[in-house]
Design a protein around this ligand. Structure first.
Ligand code: GLU
Length: 293
């Protein structure tokens, strides 16, 4: 048995978990909670805990945030095994996977700008997915266009190839995956290399992540990740989407006034290990609550 963040888990074989922040901002106590969940889960079941910096978004990733993440993790004393993994060093591997999907006829180039999409949506019945209006498929079947393009997954073809499938969340239980809700998702961006979905899925496989422990805010995306695993013949991890820390208004900490950077807390001379210990005991800083799902 292992109790993490107040949840009792039955014994299991864990190879590795990971904490995978994007260095486009400073870490706050919600990140410390997430890192603690992944760390403690690995420790409870004899697995490794890895730190992966998701730094492929060249427009938003910043070196100072990378340095701060590494310092924050040391301060929190959430020790990871092996060297820090940087997604920016694996772009060739992501490209290979995209090429494979292209050879399978499952991706297409899309030249649409945001305004092209908004315009096309005026003339079609709009379908809303978890991320907002679903791409109307304007470029599906097009072979030429002007300017930069991204690569989109042809969702219908992809699902015709895999058939139905599901995934397992340790707390929420067995799920039926419905990636079609998202429509033709972007796998390779115009302004940055691989999308989060492609890079994270490939890395979880390459890093031997047996248990993906991450926040509930990413729950719906797991359907896309499982689809990519099926298409690319990657192993299926088990998932635990942990609850989120929320502010008084019930919002994710992200941009709230309670999302004080860990670096500022550290600068006050507070001990990181004590902060983690309090999170372990469910003693949350004033004004912060935990989501129920
Ligand atoms: N990089 C993502 C984030 O910071 C997390 C990705 C994941 O855990 O799958 O939200």
């Amino acid at each position: 048995m292992g109790k993490i963040a107040g949840i009792e888990f039955p014994p299991q074989r864990v190879a590795a978990t990971r904490f995978a922040p994007s260095p486009n901002g400073r870490l706050h106590v919600g990140h410390a909670f997430s890192a603690m969940c992944a760390h403690d889960f690995a420790r409870a079941f004899g697995g490794k805990f890895l730190l992966r910096i998701e730094d492929i978004d060249g427009t938003r990733s910043r070196k100072e945030h990378i340095d701060a993440i590494i310092e924050d993790m040391e301060w929190l004393e959430l020790k990871h095994e092996g060297p820090v993994i940087f997604q920016s060093q694996s772009i060739a591997r992501y490209k290979e996977a995209l090429d494979r999907l292209q050879a399978m006829g499952l991706v297409y180039r899309c030249w649409c700008t945001r305004s092209d999409i908004a315009e096309a949506l005026k003339h079609k019945p709009v379908r809303h997915g978890p991320d907002g209006p679903v791409y109307p498929g304007t470029c599906r079947g097009k072979t030429e266009g002007d300017g930069d393009f991204c690569w989109r997954l042809d969702m219908e073809r992809a699902l015709a190839m895999t058939g139905p499938f599901g995934w397992k969340d340790l707390v929420a239980g067995t799920q039926i995956a419905d990636p079609a809700l998202f429509g033709d998702v972007v796998l390779w961006r115009k302004d940055a290399p691989a999308s989060y979905h492609l890079a994270a899925t490939l890395d979880d496989a390459a890093d031997g992540i047996s248990h993906v422990v991450r926040g509930m805010d990413l729950f719906a995306y797991t359907a896309i990740h499982r689809l990519l695993q099926k298409l690319l013949g990657l192993p299926e991890p088990v998932y635990w989407h942990h609850p989120l820390l929320l502010d008084e208004a019930g919002n994710k900490l992200a941009k709230s006034r309670l999302s004080q950077p860990l670096a500022e807390i550290r600068a006050k001379g507070i001990s990181g290990i004590e902060l983690v210990e309090q999170l372990r005991q469910g003693k949350l800083p004033l004004g912060i609550g935990v989501s129920t799902a």
